[in-house]
Design a protein. Sequence first.
Length: 393
Amino acid sequence: MKKVSLRPGKERSLLKRHPWVFESSIARGGGDSGETVRVESADGQFLAWAAFSPKSLIRLRAWSFDEAERIDAGFFQRRIEQAIAMRARLAIASDAWRLIHGEADGLPGLVVDRYGDTLVAQFGSAGAERWKTVIADALLAATGLTRLYERSDAQAREWEGLPVHTGWLRGDGATALTIREHEWQLTLDVAEGHKTGYYLDQRDSRSRFADAVKQYGVKTVLNCFSYTGGFSVAALAGGATQVVSVDSSGPALERAKAHVALNGFAANRHEAWDADVNATLRRCLQEGRRFDAIVLDPPKFAPTAAHAERAARAYKDINRLAFMLLNDGGLLYTFSCSGGISPDLFHKIVAGAGLDAGVDGYIVERLSAAADHPQTVCFPEGDYLKGLGILKR
Ligand code: SAH
């Protein structure tokens, strides 16, 4: 077994069961891409079994902090079964959910979503890549399913020095699927959609939004960064009479339109604008358009903490414009999925946006990723998705 020794003092984060070790913390040792190594402190104390990522700034990702544990097929089987058991205890209002959420499930770099009878996996670290066959077999054995599609095309692959790979790993057939979320039918394509096909993490926020639309009697909605219109369907279900979906992806908007019809809502209650959100917000302001509710669910502006400052300005700008476009008593549902922006910082950014817009509001909701995207105590980076529901005063 190869060994990696850390610099003095650099053992602290592993001792706190945080699974990452950065390149700068390593004194000596290494391994092949994804190889399991024994990690030791400067004075030779065992810290973790970890996967070695020779190309990544995150050089080690811990599989286990238990010296007696062996990283083998049985290990992956146990972790996968544990993750599945955790989801079985949640009341998930869908037949699609996140089965494995990387670090939070003790499987750094591995993401697996389940859409009905189809699994979709992202192998986002050298360690996950190395154990791909074992993981694929364990996933099918633990779920009893036969179809597993690989979507290893996320940015993290590049940072790990791994090539993009997509396609069926197990089974085959149609990649176009229909799922149920709350009372709604939604479609996706696991080969072509964003991430693994759909943004499952916003499931709970979509139903909270539907409830709020109903409760506050919202009629007009601007759904910014709509993707395939999840929040638009929610708005229509809540009783909104006019909903606009804005996104820069034409195919996503085509699907949003199809979702309106699929869920039995009249086509004339929905418009799809293929446009840049920033430009759209400014145009609406110029034209004097106002809305009863606005959703802002932008892509990750800050992939890491290093991008936080620029991202903060971008978040502030769209939130400021949204505040100005809201009718009095209107609702803003605003999100950030940037790991580099803490919930606290996000709140401050939104407060600054309100101040600039001359608008105050009541915080009526604090939102985060649905519980099948768990956060763990030892891994604060897992708190990536945060949102506020604000009622304009
Ligand atoms: N709210 C969606 C998920 C949004 S993901 C849901 O509930 O499913 C972010 C979306 O923003 C993507 O669909 C992407 O195409 C879109 N996007 C990214 N930059 C954009 C821009 N500048 N203007 C408009 N849309 C943009």
